[in-house]
Design a protein around this ligand. Structure first.
Ligand code: HEM
Length: 484
């Protein structure tokens, strides 16, 4: 692995989403080929027609069908073509199924789109000034300030902490114990984030509980299968009330962390919390911005990572053959530092396949700020555009046997597969800033855990899912553990 410099990292981050992109040549991107000709975005939107799509019932449009089963709804939309439109009452939606169109939205035409009102709404009041939801110059400044914390050298220095926490987790399990994977890995992900980015032990009983409850409330409130997801915040549904209570407690907890760091001698620390508090002191960041930023990183970095670890372990518990390869690789690797983690090929393929088959961030939302043309169709400004990562990762046009969990598909790159058929970390300027962090944590944790333990599934078959803010399993993912 090359030891790339910080400036190389910055350049790579400017124009790509690094490891998440595969086999691309930007000069001949599929997006360019697909949208070439007179109907280039923004040149003549009026002449292009609106995309096809299903009709809905009066007033609510297709919303009732969506709420009944969001995943089946996306599957049905797929039959209408690559660009499909439908209404949820007053909201106009378009879903894009072609990787070239997704690339156009996220990369080539990124400055014509912003985060959609759907996404903004789920974070209003507690993430709105953070990196995930800010826009324009404000976002650019934040990203520039924070990017250096995520350069490769910085992230690789966290490998030891990640391995240590994974070991502590395995040590906490008894031989033969049945464990709930999400709960176990959520604790782990929180501890790792706390130690590496915030320099605090968020696993003190109170802090952890506060964060866990707030995360669960966000999931429930964003659950697309419930009516709450489509109602204003002030409607006192149980989910909205719980959201208000739990996020207020979370806000108080984070405010206390910031106060404590301000009152301490932190000259030597160089973690995220210190950087933010330092910027806050110089008036570069308001108190609200510091708090929103911390909350953003706690939420964006914790739930996604623990879900990926849970799905990977659950998938392997049902596939002893693949698990054996992982055990063997982990045993041969010996002490795991960043260099050793980088050389874990089987683990790397398991991670890639997990993020393909069970992408924690399963759909992205954008909204064009002007009328645009995508895939030959007009998309009016303000339309909610969804990019169904979940569906793109299982499209039989790009993936053989897409429903099968098969890490060996990653042994060789498929030169015919469009780059944006796989985008677990998003793409373009707003790709996941924590991608390297997550990728290292997933590999370091799985190698450590599978080096020391084996897992047995309690039920056969694929898990079923809920369309919450992230891809949640409908039932707890439980396995029986035995120590090696
Ligand atoms: C498996 C784990 C993860 C997955 C699948 C994931 C996925 C994503 C995706 C798809 C986006 C783009 C969202 C969009 O375009 O609307 C994103 C953005 C983001 N992620 Fe992650 N993420 C993961 C882990 C992390 C971690 C560990 C952190 C922090 C340490 C993090 C922090 C962020 C932030 C702050 C953004 C917003 C970036 C911006 O808009 O500039 N993520 N993530």
């Amino acid at each position: 692995m090359s030891g790339s410099t910080a400036s190389e990292d910055a350049a790579a981050d400017e124009q790509s989403h690094g490891d998440a992109r595969r086999g691309s040549d930007p000069a001949t991107s599929v997006a360019d080929r697909r949208n070439e000709g007179p109907a280039t975005p923004g040149t003549d939107p009026e002449r292009a027609s609106l995309p096809p799509g299903p009709d809905g019932v009066p007033v609510l449009g297709t919303l009732p069908r969506f709420v009944r089963d969001p995943f089946a709804f996306y599957d049905r939309l797929f039959a209408y073509g690559d660009v499909v439109s439908y209404d949820f009452g007053i909201w106009n939606n378009v879903t894009l199924f072609h990787p070239a169109d997704v690339e156009r939205v996220l990369v080539d035409d990124a400055d014509r789109f912003r985060k959609s009102h759907v996404q903004r709404r789920s974070g209003v009041d507690f993430l709105e000034n953070g990196l995930l939801l800010t826009e324009g110059e404000e976002w650019r400044e934040q990203r520039t300030q924070l990017q250096p914390l995520f350069y490769r050298e910085k992230i690789e220095a966290f490998a030891e902490t990640m391995v240590e926490e994974a070991r502590l987790l395995v040590d906490s399990w008894d031989d033969g114990e049945v464990i709930d994977l999400q709960s176990a890995y959520s604790t782990l992900a929180m501890r790792v984030l706390g130690r590496t980015l915030f320099g605090v032990d968020v696993h003190d009983g109170e802090g952890y509980e506060v964060i866990r409850r707030a995360a669960a409330s966000v999931q429930r409130r964003a659950d697309a299968g419930s009516v709450t997801a489509f109602l204003p915040d002030w409607v006192p549904t149980p989910a909205n009330r719980r959201f208000a209570r739990d996020t207020a407690a979370f806000r108080e907890y984070v405010d206390r962390l910031v106060r404590e760091r301000r009152g301490s001698d932190f000259a030597d620390a160089d973690d995220l919390l210190t950087l933010l508090v330092g910027l806050g002191e110089g008036d570069a960041l308001s108190d609200d911005a510091v708090r929103d930023q911390l909350m953003t990183f706690l939420f964006a970095g914790h739930e996604t990572t623990s879900l990926a670890l849970s799905y990977a372990t659950h998938a392997l518990a049902r596939r002893p053959g693949i698990a054996d390869d992982l055990h063997a690789e982990a045993a041969a690797a010996g002490d795991l530092d960043a260099a050793a983690v980088r050389s874990l090929d089987v683990t790397d393929r398991v991670v890639s396949e997990t993020l393909r088959r069970y992408p924690p961030a399963y759909v992205l939302f954008r909204e064009p700020i002007v009328d645009v043309i995508v895939g030959g169709y007009r998309i009016p400004a303000g339309t909610n555009v969804s990019l169904p990562i979940w569906r793109l990762h299982r499209d039989p046009r790009w993936w053989d046997d897409p429903e099968t969990f098969d890490p060996s598909r990653w042994i060789e790159d498929d030169p015919d597969r469009p780059e944006y058929a796989y985008l677990p970390f998003g793409g373009g300027p707003r790709h996941c800033i924590g991608m390297r962090f997550a990728s290292l944590e997933l590999r370091a944790t799985l190698a450590t855990v599978f080096g020391e333990a084996e897992f047995e599934a309690l039920a056969d078959g694929e898990p079923s899912f809920e369309a919450a803010a992230t891809l949640q399993p409908s039932e707890p993912l439980r396995v029986r553990v035995s120590k090696r």
